[in-house]
Structure formats: C-alpha cells, structure tokens
Write a protein that binds this ligand. Structure first.
Ligand code: BYC
Length: 315
C-alpha cells in the first residue's frame, strides 16, 4: 500500500514537472530530487564564495579608482549570490553550517575554474569575459529550473553576471587596444583561461553521471556539451573582435553544422583539479577556513546578543 502511494506521489510529481509547474519547498518531492538539488545548489554556492578569492586578489592592485570600484562591486555581488544559494539549500532542509563545513573539509566540490591563479590584471578581464560568460551560459537555463527557489535566485544572479561579463570584456578591449605589452598580457590571459573555462561545463555528456536524471527532473535544462558548444560559438567572434587568438589549432567553422568544431579538452587535467590537485586548491580552502576562524568572535558576539534579547523579551 505504502509502495503504491509513493509510486502515485512520484507520478504526480513528474507530471507537474512535465507540465512545467514549479516545485516549492513544502511540496512532496522524491528524496533523490532533494539530494540532487542540495548537491548542485551547495556546489554552486561554494563556487560563488571561493570564486571571490581569485578576484579579491586584485582589488588592492586595480589600475585606477573606477576599476577598483567596479571590481569591488563584482566581488560583493558574488558574496550575495553565495548567500542566496545557501538559503536555497536551507529550503530543502540542509543545515548551512554543515554545508560550509563540507566545503572546508574538502568533502564538497566547487567549480574547478577557481583553482587557477590570477597572475596579472588581464586575468580580471579574462575571468569576467570567459568565466562569467560561461556562468551566464550555464545559469540562464537554470532560471527555468523546476525547483522554484533556485530558479528565482538565478534570475537575479544572471542579471548581475551579465554586468560582470561586460566589465571583463571591457577590460580585455582596453588592453587589446593598448600598447603591445598590454595586448600581449590580454592574449596570455586568454591562453591560460580558455581551456579551464570550457571545463567549467563539466565532463562530456557520455561521462556525466547526473545529466540524464537532472534533465528528466528539469533541474538541468541543457546538457554539459550543449552549453559548452554554445559558449564556443558565442565567444569565438568576440575574440576576433578583440583581435586575440583562441589557443586552439583545431578550432574551425563547420559550414554543415553551423557551429565551431574545437579541439580535445584535457579531461585528465580537469579530473586532477576536481580531485584537489589543481594549482590553487590548497590555497583556496586554507583561505576559506581562515576566514571562518577569523569570524568566530563575530558569530559568538551575535549569538550572545541574540540570547540576551531573547531573555529580555521573556522577562
Ligand atoms: N568543477 O554528472 P556531472 C560562477 C562534478 S560559479 C568541479 O556532469 P552535474 C562564478 C560534478 O559535481 C560556477 N566539479 O554533474 C562565481 C559531479 O561530481 P559529484 C559554478 C565538477 O551536476 C564567481 C561530477 O563532476 N556554477 O559561475 O550534472 C565568479 C560529474 O559531473 C565540475 C554552478 O555550479 C566542475 N566544473 O553537472 C564568476 C552551476 N563539473 O557532485 C563565476 C550549477 C562537474 O557527483 N551547476 N563536476 O561528486 C551545474 O549546472 C552542474 O552542477 C554542472 C555539473 C554543470 C556544474
């Protein structure tokens, strides 16, 4: 009997999804749907928070006040995105403290891209243009995700990401039109960030263990390879406009498919970074752990204040 009920609940749940209705926090959902969402949304939240570090590295060294103000605003936006996303995991019953501890212990994943160093100012341009560009490509479809709170968070996040992408492109444009040294710096940043940006979309579809189920549940609305192809097709003309060269000798317009064919991605490098062995994995986690330790006194003071207010109210 219980089995039948679950089957019926699952049928109704899938029917709702097939009719493009949103699932809200108090609606019945299969446990695997809830867990998949907590996994994806918490990884996404961690990526936003860890993603502040490579750019935070350049706030004090931005070349002028305008650049500094813009970069500061961008990094603050990322903190905001992380907070909405942690709140979205809480609507699914996740405990925020435990979720963050999973990041700090190395148990939880975050985007591979943030384990690469930002060596020059041009990297702020390449990160905005390519990394935020990839983020938008991935997140615009997530605005139609079946889970209401995640889909709604994505709408605002995407608006902010599009400002981030444009600030990055503008930095690249300025450098590419600048002195030969500045143009070379922009080219070098593109060389280093191109392939890791394509890896952001995740493993090829045939190796993606979650895509099929997540597409059926409309958590994901496009596959990893579909989004990667869109990224290449949109970005190649932008690189041409900048007068920069994409570091891929196999990149070629395909008249038949009306898409760009592109070279092999080094998936060994990707998995190595995902497993914790990228150039900055250790540095990133150390920075996050240290931030938590340094904030301990603030949390203690806030809790003591809250407890005092509660006692006051009760008396
Ligand atoms: N890095 O079956 P798959 C940002 C993992 S933040 C690390 O295809 P799925 C921004 C994957 O988790 C960018 N790990 O998985 C912030 C899975 O492992 P588990 C982050 C990766 O979930 C600041 C395994 O590989 N965006 O935009 O169906 C400044 C198999 O993969 C990666 C989001 O998080 C990776 N790149 O698809 C600027 C968006 N790729 O969990 C920008 C939301 C895969 O089984 N997330 N893995 O241990 C998604 O759309 C999907 O989760 C993904 C992966 C497309 C990323």
């Amino acid at each position: 009997m219980a089995e039948l009920n679950i089957k019926e609940l699952e049928r109704r749940f899938q029917e709702k999804i097939d009719n493009d209705q949103k699932i809200e926090p108090n609606d019945w959902m299969p446990e695997r749907y809830r867990k998949t969402l907590i996994r994806q949304i918490s990884q996404h939240a961690h990526s936003e928070i860890v993603g502040m570090l490579p750019e935070g590295n350049w706030i004090t060294r931005a070349p002028n006040l305008r650049r500094k103000a813009v970069l500061l605003a961008k990094v603050q936006d990322e903190a905001g995105h992380g907070l909405y996303l942690y709140s979205a995991t809480e609507t699914l019953g996740a405990d925020r403290e435990e979720t963050i501890d999973d990041l700090h212990s190395g148990k939880a994943k975050y985007s591979s891209i943030f384990n690469y160093p930002t060596l020059t100012w041009a990297d702020m341009g390449a990160v905005g243009w390519l990394v935020d560009g990839a983020a938008i490509m991935n997140q615009v479809p997530l605005c139609r995700c079946s889970y209401g709170p995640y889909a709604r968070a994505m709408v605002r996040v995407c608006k902010e990401e599009s400002f981030h992408q444009r600030q990055g492109f503008e930095i690249m444009m300025t450098l590419a039109k600048g002195t030969p040294e500045q143009k070379a710096m922009a080219q070098d940043a593109l060389n280093r960030f191109w392939w890791p940006s394509l890896m952001m979309f995740g493993p090829p579809d045939e190796d993606s263990k979650h895509t099929a189920q997540s597409m059926a549940w409309k958590i994901k609305r496009s596959t990893n390879d579909e989004l990667r192809q869109q990224m290449v097709d949109i970005t190649v003309p932008q690189a041409e406009m900048l007068g920069l060269t994409i570091p891929d000798k196999d990149l070629k317009w395909n008249e038949e498919t009306k898409q760009y064919d592109f070279g092999e991605i080094d998936w060994n490098e990707f998995w190595n970074v995902v497993k914790g062995n990228g150039p900055c994995n250790k540095e990133r986690l150390d920075a996050r752990r240290k931030a938590k330790e340094n904030g301990e006194w603030v949390r203690e003071a806030a809790n003591a204040y809250a407890a005092k207010q509660k006692m006051k109210k009760a008396s």
